[in-house]
Ligand binder design. Structure first.
Ligand code: C5P
Length: 369
């Protein structure tokens, strides 16, 4: 199949391709569910004329897309993937004078991701068109990231940000922060920004505490407000090979979770330190290390989260932890069979559950056309 001038594809289980061309994009074309057929909403592979699409490699939901093919760069559009994270540990050391909390947290990106497509506009403004219409606001962190770049570097060019959302929002998975970092990285490549790594980091930190982590992703210890990043060796214990992420049907405000902390929740950072040592020595991450200081308060204030946690344990999850400020819970598994068995039971109870794994984006997430 030959693809010309096509920015988004709809691929259905019955093998029917839908091509959303540039002209159609800005309309109400973000509907990938048609005629009860399972549809997959995709960005295209290489735009080399005459290229056969490799269907087998795109059929899996959220499968990482290969960007290893030759990419024809005209500078008109730019695709970028934006991964979610989980917090392996989260120590809160105390409250700071600026109202934020001093943290030591180990974060890992996972292969649940949003896709962004950036394209030129002629009106010198930043626009957003998201698969979730309620996110089409100027408060969207992706928009704020583009505005921050334009303001900081006195640029006037406009950009349309199309955002295919898969990461649940207000979920403790860092989706908004990841989108902001993805826009920064995309614009850096696409607009050839004259900006140092330190300036980019400062810009990222001004958008949110988690944004600096997503500039590189992978496995890292994040300290301070979360903006002081130390990359950790990419050793991933076998007991965490597969991850189930369960998103209870509520949203949680990060600010209110931090406000509800009591001094008893504060620690000296030793959980993150122990996990860091284990990762450095290629040791096992003992369940006792996987501590999240925000979990007690979230379980106490949100019964839906406590019930979901119980359901995961009942379904056979060996261990369940909160990610960030929640409400998403994660459970690690060392076999795919065990993970999918538990996932099926939780799906049958109506829970939103994602099968995922740790991922190291490795600089291939930005794709210019
Ligand atoms: O930095 P960000 O905007 O993502 O943080 C959201 C809220 O979470 C902050 O307004 C603050 O209330 C809380 N927070 C905190 N300490 C941190 C990070 C976030 O208290 N280190």
């Amino acid at each position: 199949m030959t693809v010309y001038h096509t920015q988004w594809l709809i691929l259905s289980k019955t093998g029917i391709f839908g091509l959303l061309c540039a002209k159609q994009r800005s309309g109400s074309t973000f509907n990938a569910e048609e005629k009860n057929d399972t549809c997959y909403f995709l960005s295209p592979f290489s735009h080399v004329s005459g290229v056969e699409l490799d269907k087998s490699s795109v059929l899996q939901h959220n499968a990482a897309m290969s960007h290893s093919q030759y990419v024809h760069s005209t500078g008109d559009i730019c695709f970028v993937q934006s991964y979610a994270k989980i917090n392996i540990t989260l120590d809160v050391l105390g409250r700071r004078a600026d109202g934020y909390h001093e943290l030591a947290t180990i974060m890992q990106t996972v292969d649940l991701y949003d896709t962004l497509c950036l394209s030129k506009t002629t009106d010198n403004r930043v626009h957003i068109a998201c698969t979730q219409p309620e996110l089409n606001t100027e408060d969207n962190l992706a928009v704020r990231a583009a505005e921050a770049v334009r303001r900081t570097l006195s640029l006037t060019q406009g950009v349309l940000i199309e955002l295919h959302k898969r990461i649940p929002t207000a979920a403790g998975l860092g989706g908004g922060s990841s989108n902001a970092a993805a826009v920064l990285l995309a614009l850096q490549h696409w607009w050839q920004l004259q900006i140092s790594p330190t300036e980019l980091l400062t810009l990222a930190a001004s958008l949110g505490s988690d944004v600096p982590f997503f500039l590189q992703g992978g496995l890292a210890l994040c300290e301070g407000r979360g903006e002081r990043i130390t990359q950790l060796p990419q050793h991933w214990p076998t007991s965490l090979r597969w991850l189930l992420l369960l998103k209870p049907a509520i949203g949680v405000s990060t600010a209110s979770v931090f406000r509800a902390l009591s001094p008893d929740d504060y620690t000296d950072g030793s959980f993150s330190q122990a996990a860091r040592t284990a990762l450095h020595t290629r040791g096992e991450l003992l369940p006792a290390y996987l501590h999240n200081a925000l979990e007690r308060g979230v379980l106490a204030h949100y019964p839906e989260v406590a019930l979901a946690r119980e359901a995961m344990l009942q379904a056979g999850a060996p261990l369940v932890r909160l990610s960030g400020s929640g409400p998403t819970l994660f459970a690690p598994f060392n076999t795919l069979a065990h993970a999918t068995h538990v996932q099926q039971q939780l799906h049958a109870q109506g829970y939103e559950v994602y099968l995922s794994r740790a991922i190291h984006p490795a600089g291939e997430t930005v794709c210019l056309f």
